[in-house]
Design a protein around this ligand. Structure first.
Ligand code: GAL
Length: 720
């Protein structure tokens, strides 16, 4: 799926350390507690999970977090593993930021006796390891020897050492050093029986998503030559350089889109975003490939970040065995649980429905917001259960033990500064017990009949600026997601060019840039009996960010039975009254309006007053065997909910049984999960057939009272 990406430069395979595995092929003996069969079973199961989902019993949900023993005196490690056993921890991520503790010079042997002892200790107590390649934070000695690995910002400032992720993604010095380290780690630990998963880098692009240095500039030029077949006229055409005297005579005249005196060429910026994503992924792939050669049986992951704009998650997920995500909703946000659900559904979809890992969440508060509100009592549990309900097979936290020093010392940990006689620790232990009870859900699938289209390239182009209004895709996605969440309708996310045949309804919010293939894909979906809801500012430009001419949205005018002649975005404090079949007496539209000419579509909502009175705000058009809906504004939440409910009904999306406001309902593998996200008890109907609640072990039927932030997980009726 890595559309438009070039193969990583250099021959990484030549850098692979081919020395024999230190621990041999998984028959290593660890003192008196050797468990080769357990290790074999674990390795086999991981392999099957990653590739075919045929997981033999016993299933289990992984539980644990980032474990950074190098921050602590060794005598504490025994306490760590004892506490892990108490909490039911069975997987920890080790070594994410350990480079400086593992290697003392470029190409030097690992000084990793401490890590040997950590892994052996974890193995002894049956805790599996998600072992990091440790390349996320280059050590000071590397920066000192090669200061040009430090990244440069768009306005020419070279960043300094002292934080993390301070590397230029195009730097061959950084990449070679990272591959060397990954290779040494693979060779030393590839056969260690505790090893379950490789964790490559960390949150690629989260601190530096693009570098504007001369090394990056040269790599960008090479990337452009490849993209445009060495033809500068092709680049000039694609970038529309006839505008503002920007015509290039040679690729050598081109640089990254550094800070400039006025609005920068959008296609230049778009190509640089594509390039920067490819360069970051090339760093990941270089490490991934050495691991795959050294340990083909061990799955790999790197932690994605949900709706994180700089990296195209479709392309990244396609390169992983297990898709994992870091999820940090703000407890101060009343919709945090809905945001969290969205990220869960997105992550599951990125892995084509395979179980995914919640790689990081905070057990309590984070320390990087201006004000760090802790999770409300019970939210650590409910948000974790939600992740499992929506397809996660692992609930891992950042981090095991809250640090005593460093930039994250006020970030919560599973073991807080106050130790074990704390609310936090009690919640950690209780969650471990809950997750043990949820083992039957591990590996089971989730089905959805509705998909939201998201395409990172379109998102990049949408938010480049110099547009009629600044639209933010996450907001638009969320606005459509929320009414579906509220009605208990499970939603997948899909790439616009992917197979949509399993869905009855496709939602396309502000899908600004579409390829010809994506345009036809949606038309074919409706033609063959599906439904689609397309919102304003969709189908506007082609992949070069050139307007598709002839009236908006050019590729879908026939599909929608209308032409949009003019955009009329609204100032943020302005709303327009709406009327129509799904309107209530005070329906309004905000953010956007348009001059729309109907050519067969029927209005469902229209503007009720003002200069745009009578203009359609929502329409429906029968097309082929299906129906195409269009939204020309953002209706108020109640009106949007009514509209979406009508559309899902018309589309034949199976309706979830009604349930009280504040209760989330999801079905996974025949289990029904009900979660009360409020701080008041709520009664919920669970049907007449008695079903076992996996969390409490008791039978439930007719009605249950969900305590504040309480939950039930009802087993399928046949699993009594
Ligand atoms: C993540 C990161 C972790 C830690 C955490 C704190 O973004 O991967 O290393 O910094 O945030 O919330």
């Amino acid at each position: 799926m890595a559309r438009g990406c070039l193969a990583p430069s250099g021959h990484w395979s030549t850098l692979i350390d081919r020395r024999p595995l230190r621990y041999g092929p998984r028959n290593h003996t660890v003192g008196a507690t050797d468990k080769p069969l357990v290790a074999l079973e674990r390795s086999l199961r991981m392999r099957m999970e990653a590739r075919s989902l045929e997981i033999p019993t016993p299933r289990r949900i992984r539980y644990g977090g980032d474990y950074n023993p190098e921050q602590w005196p060794e005598h504490l490690w025994a306490e760590d593993v004892a506490l892990m056993a108490e909490a039911g921890v069975n997987l920890v991520t080790v070594g994410v930021f350990s480079w400086a503790q593992l290697q003392g010079g470029l190409g030097a042997e690992l000084s990793a006796d401490w890590l040997d002892r950590v892994l052996d200790l974890l193995y002894e107590v049956g805790v599996g390891v998600d072992l990091a390649t440790a390349t996320a934070s280059p050590p000071p000695w590397l920066v000192r020897a090669h200061p040009d690995i430090l990244p440069v910002s768009a306005d020419g400032v070279r960043m300094s050492l002292g934080g993390r992720q301070h590397y230029c993604p195009s730097s061959s010095v950084y990449r070679d050093a990272a591959v060397d380290l990954a290779s040494r780690i693979a060779s030393r630990y590839g056969g260690h029986p505790a090893l379950e998963l490789w964790h490559i880098g960390n949150e690629y692009g989260s601190r530096v998503n693009a570098c504007y240095c001369e090394v990056s500039a040269a790599a960008f030029r090479k990337w452009l030559r490849d993209r445009y077949n060495d033809d500068i006229d092709e680049l000039n055409r694609a970038w529309g350089t006839a505008f503002w005297s920007q015509r290039y005579l040679d690729f050598d005249e081109v640089g990254p889109p550094r800070t400039a005196p006025s609005m920068r060429n959008p296609t230049h910026q778009l190509d640089f975003l594509r390039f920067s994503d490819c360069e970051l992924r090339a760093c990941y792939l270089a490490e991934r490939d050495v691991l795959r050669v050294a340990t083909p049986q061990v799955p790999v992951t790197t932690n994605l970040m949900g709706l994180f704009q700089p990296t195209d998650s479709w392309a990244w997920a396609a390169e992983m065995d297990i898709v994992s995500v870091d999820r940090y909703p703000d407890p101060a946000d009343p919709y945090a649980h809905v945001q969290a659900a969205l990220v869960a559904d997105l992550t599951r979809s990125l892995g084509a429905g395979r179980p995914w890992y919640l790689m990081e969440q905070a057990p309590g508060a984070v320390n990087w917001r201006p004000t760090n509100v802790p999770k409300n009592r019970g939210e650590f549990r409910t948000w974790s259960l939600q992740a499992v309900a929506r397809g996660a097979d692992a609930v891992l936290q950042f981090q095991w033990r809250a640090s005593a020093a460093g930039a994250e010392k006020f970030h919560s940990g599973m073991v807080p500064h106050g130790g074990v006689d704390t609310r936090q620790w009690r919640e950690v232990v209780a969650l471990g017990a809950d997750l043990r009870n949820l083992a039957p859900l591990a590996g089971t699938p989730i089905s959805a009949h509705v998909a939201l289209l998201v395409d990172w390239e379109s998102w990049w182009a949408l938010e480049l600026g110099s547009h009629p209004a600044q639209l933010r895709l996450p907001e638009l996605l969320f606005e459509l997601y929320q009414p579906l969440f509220d009605s208990g309708t499970t939603v997948d996310f899909a790439h616009p060019e992917s197979d949509l045949s399993q869905y009855r309804l496709i939602l396309a919010p502000a899908l600004y840039m579409v390829s010809g293939r994506a345009a036809t894909n949606l038309i074919a979906h409706v033609d063959s009996g599906g439904c689609a809801l397309i919102t304003y500012f969709s189908g506007i430009v082609d992949p070069d960010d050139h307007v598709r001419l002839g009236g908006y949205p050019a590729p879908w005018r026939d599909l929608l039975g209308l032409d949009v002649e003019e955009f009329s975005p609204l100032p943020s404090n302005e709303t327009l009254p709406l009327r129509g079949s799904v309107a209530h007496s005070r329906s309004t539209g905000r953010r956007w309006a348009e001059l729309v000419r109907l050519r067969g579509a029927r209005p469902l909502l229209e503007i009720a007053a003002g200069p745009l009175e009578g203009q359609p705000a929502a329409t429906v058009h029968r097309y082929g065997r299906g129906a195409a809906y269009y939204l020309a504004t953002t209706p108020d939440p109640a009106t949007l909910t009514a509209l979406i409910s009508e559309i899902t009904f018309e589309a034949g999306v199976p309706t979830a049984p009604p349930r009280p406001v504040g209760v989330e309902a999801v079905e996974r593998g025949g289990h029904v999960v009900l979660i009360n996200h409020t701080d008041a008890p709520i009664d919920a109907d669970v049907g007449a057939n008695p079903r076992r609640d996996l969390l409490s072990g008791s039978m439930k039927h007719h009605s249950v009272t969900l305590p504040p932030r309480g939950a039930v997980v009802l087993a399928p009726a046949e699993n009594l």
